[in-house]
Design a protein around this ligand. Structure first.
Ligand code: NA7
Length: 528
């Protein structure tokens, strides 16, 4: 007999909801979480300025209307402490903590085909057995930690945004360096610039950033509450899993230049990730993409007083949207401050860290603190960090040339292992909450089906998986998305095979496929 019916790995947004749903099915479920409390991404990423880039009204659970009605978001884009408080509230409201083992990391999964169960080994040496394992391990949870030469020589403080200390960091009045200018870097830089004595930013690739126009949200929330359910339902069938002012159905190629400009300006004033939804062809037509990019470049020139600095902050080498866009709260304006400077490490490469700071080009930048905002081994990193084994086969080896899944939900050869927002599902190209809830519900129904029919396991059919992998690659190749050295492509991790990781076809389309598969009695899966 297994110890549990199901083991869920991770107690972030996915794991908490999965626990709730499996309990409702009457399954004995245990969650194993590496962190000291619930929260996942929002537990670890506590750096100054950490904030979601999807609006609070949508970046929250929709499964319970009472929860939806009782929780008051304070800002359009919630900051990390508020999101973590929300997740703690959820854990308490549904009494979830009693089934979660904290400070425990899963290191190995071993499938026992005869008994049709997984043996789950944790870093304390303990093992637990369960019929089903659900990997709610997150898409951006395995930090990428480049090993800069001389790291051990630096005598000051070093912090990673992806695992920021819970307390004790004091940056006021210090000389601080930030390496990395993705979302985490931008948010940190914007937050700390006014308090530190000197801030030196080390930039490898400039970011396209669109203003958040963040602010209080009470009025909008009050107006939305009577129709919150409909609002959520609309989100589920959009391309990105959230409302984009409206999703424009017009094409750039069919639009007059004045109208193009007016639409970009309107989007810019509205703010946020909806910017790239201005026209339907921004991610598929090179000219449309360049027009959107050029509009952002213009704004950067407008915001940054020093033209030379503005140029160095301007992204040119990749299409807009092909790397994750940033949503900023005054990022470019930071460079008008006297205490902030920029080092373009393409022109002045980082040679090494020294006892006193960072040697880049010919200059040694003396600092008290180095903050590394260097990103994550996205989508596959957290799964590949676990030894997932079925006899001689490991998932890591199977995925060496890129992940292979059916619907991003399961991988052939690894029965009863379900992935929440796995590679080749919309995940990071969508509002994660819409995608998480869909996957958790889908997995819950699949398990319910197995139990109702007296079946022991399911896994993808090799042909269905092959077709899904090919479809993912084909759809991505129709867009400009593979044209950047992005974490979507695995290009930020040395040695990682470059394959476009998320499904580009859109949330609404994906749901229709997923629903169709389930209705057709799990077409493309083998059930036994
Ligand atoms: P990102 O978006 O991957 O950003 C990481 C940044 O760090 C990016 O600017 C990288 O430059 C830079 N980087 C990475 N490695 C190095 C090295 N070795 N040297 C110098 N610079 C480096 O991660 P974030 O944490 O900011 O954001 C992740 C997501 O979280 C975000 O998209 C939101 O969805 C939330 P590069 O661009 O690779 O040249």
């Amino acid at each position: 007999m297994p110890d549990h019916d199901a083991i869920v790995i991770g107690a972030g947004f996915s794991g908490l909801y999965q626990l709730k749903r499996l309990r409702e099915l009457g399954l004995d479920t245990c969650v194993v979480e590496a962190g000291g409390d619930v929260g996942g991404t929002w537990y670890w990423n506590r750096y100054p300025g950490a904030r979601c880039d999807i609006e609070s009204l949508e970046y929250s659970y929709s499964f319970d209307q009472e929860l939806e009605q009782e929780w008051d978001w304070s800002e359009r884009y919630a900051a990390q402490p508020e999101i973590l408080a929300y997740l703690r509230h959820v854990a308490e409201r549904y009494d979830l903590r009693r089934d979660i083992s904290f400070d425990t990391r899963v290191v190995k999964l071993d499938w026992d085909g005869e008994r049709a169960q997984w043996t789950v080994t944790t870093d304390d040496g303990a093992t637990r057995r369960a019929r089903y394992v659900i990997a709610a391990t997150g898409c951006l949870s395995k930090p990428s930690r480049p090993d800069f030469p001389g790291m051990a020589d630096f005598a000051g403080e070093v912090y990673w945004t992806s695992s920021w200390p819970h307390e004790g960091v004091e940056l006021a009045g210090k000389r601080v360096a930030v390496i990395g200018t993705g979302s985490s870097g931008l948010q940190t830089i914007t937050a700390i610039a006014p308090v530190v004595e000197r801030l030196t930013v080390f930039q490898r690739t400039p970011a396209y950033a669109v203003p958040a126009h963040n602010g209080p949200i009470a009025e909008r929330l009050a107006a939305l509450r009577p129709r919150y359910g409909d609002f959520r339902e609309e989100s589920r069938m959009t391309r990105a899993g959230f409302h984009c002012a409206e999703e424009n159905s017009t094409f750039y190629v069919d639009t007059e230049p004045e109208q193009v400009r007016a639409e970009f300006e309107r989007r810019w004033l509205d703010g946020g990730l909806c910017y790239t939804q201005a026209f339907r062809d921004i991610l598929t037509d090179v000219d449309a993409n360049e027009a959107a990019a050029e509009h952002v470049r213009e704004q950067i020139r407008r915001k940054v007083s020093d033209p030379d600095l503005a140029e160095r902050l301007t992204p040119r080498s990749y299409p807009i949207g092909a790397k994750r866009m940033c949503v900023d709260t005054g990022y470019f304006e930071v460079y008008n401050r006297d205490n902030v400077s920029l080092v373009d490490i393409n022109a002045e490469p980082i040679h090494r860290l020294t006892e006193r700071g960072i040697l880049a080009g010919e200059t040694e930048h003396e600092v008290d603190v180095i903050i590394l905002a260097t990103g994550f081994d996205a989508m596959t990193g957290a799964l590949n960090a676990i030894e997932i084994r079925n006899g001689e086969r490991t998932l890591r080896e199977k995925w060496a040339a890129g992940p292979r899944t059916y619907l991003g939900l399961m991988s052939e050869g690894f029965p009863n292992l379900f992935l929440i927002t796995g590679p080749q599902s919309p995940s990071v190209l969508s509002n994660m909450l819409t995608s998480i809830e869909y996957h958790v519900d889908w997995v819950t129904h699949a398990i319910e089906h197995l139990r109702a029919k007296g079946l022991r396991w399911m896994e993808p059919d090799p042909e269905a998986e092959e077709n899904w992998v090919n479809a993912n690659n084909d759809v991505a190749d129709l867009t400009v998305m593979p044209r950047a050295a992005s974490w979507y492509m695995g290009a930020n991790i040395p040695g990682k095979r470059r394959v476009f990781l998320p499904f580009v076809g859109g949330v609404g389309t994906y749901r229709q496929i997923g629903d169709g598969v389930a209705i057709a009695r799990y077409h493309g899966f083998e059930l036994a």
